[in-house]
Design a protein around this ligand. Structure first.
Ligand SMILES: Cc1cc2nc3c(=O)[nH]c(=O)nc-3n(C[C@H](O)[C@H](O)[C@H](O)COP(=O)(O)O)c2cc1C
Length: 382
């Protein structure tokens, strides 16, 4: 299978094209004080979780908060403090010991956070003061709350946000990550700059397509200039079709291929696109597919959403994509690569209640590797 063949990103050789998609799992250890650094630091369970999946060609971590303003998900990890770096280092070292390659996904939640997570400002931030409609957010105490009207970032605050990304990149480097993925999807801060429905600015960061992508370009350039990572170790993720976070804009079919063309100039590690529709479709413009990006982006393209072994093989074999990211299948099949390799059956999707809730090992590290058909035979004979 071509899906299982090697692939090179920059100077990194991936052992196959199967990628662990970024998956928020909320498994840092909860304590009584939700602001405790323990609640944002990877623990031994998380080391085990990533190590179990290290046969993938590339592992992308769960979204990881780069700053106080950017955080907003209880028990999701941060990359802000020395303790965070120490915790992540254990994950990275364990994955490297299994010859895995791991990128950290950088997260600023923007308007999807809640002000209670941000004691120093008591605000959430976005390009424009537009609240999500029909979507609840969670407070620092874990209660559901109405989405708030975010504060419009000033240009000085945009510059400070870029500095936060650079700081996070230096810390990710210190933890030993092979690279980083900038989360520009799913209605989080950068996506809300990219899309016309959420960016109503009239300054250099809004209006034209060139203005709307400016923040992503500046983050990318600043990280490269800082020396933390070169361009070929920095990927980025788009979700032009998605509804998550009350997103979707009428011009996405024109805007996103243009954004990819602009980013192509930097020769990034890869472009990661949630082009499938199985995570929700806004239906406000035509579907944007990896084929639209292939025309304008020369580097590696990773596709995602709703893939299985056969559709992923088709994507690679047809040349539509170079890499295939798996989310829900990888949650319940830690040995996904081995199952693909040997044509072994797959476990069904994990129960939704275990996706993000702090259920510890349950629905997280308790999926066993395939151990042959004998179990089913034994069960039948009982
Ligand atoms: C439990 C869960 C957590 C997720 N967390 C993230 C995340 O942290 N960052 C992100 O970019 N996407 C996240 N996603 C989206 C997945 O990366 C992926 O795009 C989605 O699951 C569709 O792929 P699949 O059909 O292979 O599951 C999450 C999805 C799930 C199910």
């Amino acid at each position: 299978m071509q899906l299982l063949s090697k692939f090179t990103i920059g100077d990194l050789e991936l052992k196959n094209r199967v990628v662990l998609a970024p998956l928020t799992r909320g498994r840092c250890t909860p304590t009584e004080n939700p602001f405790d650094v323990v609640c944002t630091t990877p623990n031994d369970l998380m080391v085990e979780y990533y190590t179990q999946r290290a046969s993938g060609g590339l592992l992308i971590t769960e979204a990881t908060a780069i700053s106080e303003a950017g955080c907003g998900w209880r028990n999701a990890p941060h990359i802000r403090f020395p303790e965070n770096v120490e915790g992540w280092k254990k994950v990275v070292d364990a994955v490297h010991a299994k010859e895995g390659i791991i990128f950290m996904q950088f997260w600023h939640m923007g308007r999807q956070s809640h002000s209670s997570h941000h004691p120093s400002t008591n605000k959430t931030f976005a390009p424009s003061p537009i609240a999500m409609s029909g979507v609840k957010v969670r407070t620092i105490n874990g209660e559901d709350a109405e989405a708030e009207v975010p504060s419009e970032l000033t240009v000085d605050e945009i510059k400070a946000t870029i500095a936060d990304y650079v700081n996070a990149a230096k810390l990710a480097k210190e933890a030993g990550f092979d690279g980083i993925e900038i989360h520009a999807a799913n209605g989080y801060l950068i996506d809300t700059f990219l899309q016309s429905s959420t960016n109503k600015r009239t300054d250099n960061y809004g209006g034209s397509l060139d203005n709307r992508i400016r923040i992503l370009k500046e983050i990318f350039e600043a990280i490269v200039e800082s020396g933390a990572y070169p361009a070929n170790r920095i990927g980025f993720r788009f979700s032009p079709n998605g509804v998550f976070g009350d997103m979707g804009s009428e011009d996405n079919d024109v805007a996103f291929p243009y954004f990819a063309k602009v980013m192509n100039e930097y020769k990034p590690a890869y472009l990661h696109v949630m082009d499938g529709l199985g995570f929700g479709f806004h239906n406000k413009c035509k579907v944007v597919t990896v084929a639209d990006f292939r025309k304008v982006f020369d580097g590696p393209i990773m596709c995602n959403v709703g893939l299985n072994k056969d559709t992923a093989e088709g994507m690679v074999r047809s040349g539509a994509a170079d890499l295939c990211a798996f989310g829900r299948l990888y949650i319940s099949n830690p040995d996904l690569v081995e199952r693909f390799t040997h044509n072994w059956p797959l476990e069904p999707e994990a129960a939704y209640e275990t996706w993000y809730a702090p259920t510890g090992a349950k629905g997280y590290t308790d999926f066993s590797v395939y151990d042959g058909p004998h179990k089913a035979v034994e069960a039948e004979s009982q």
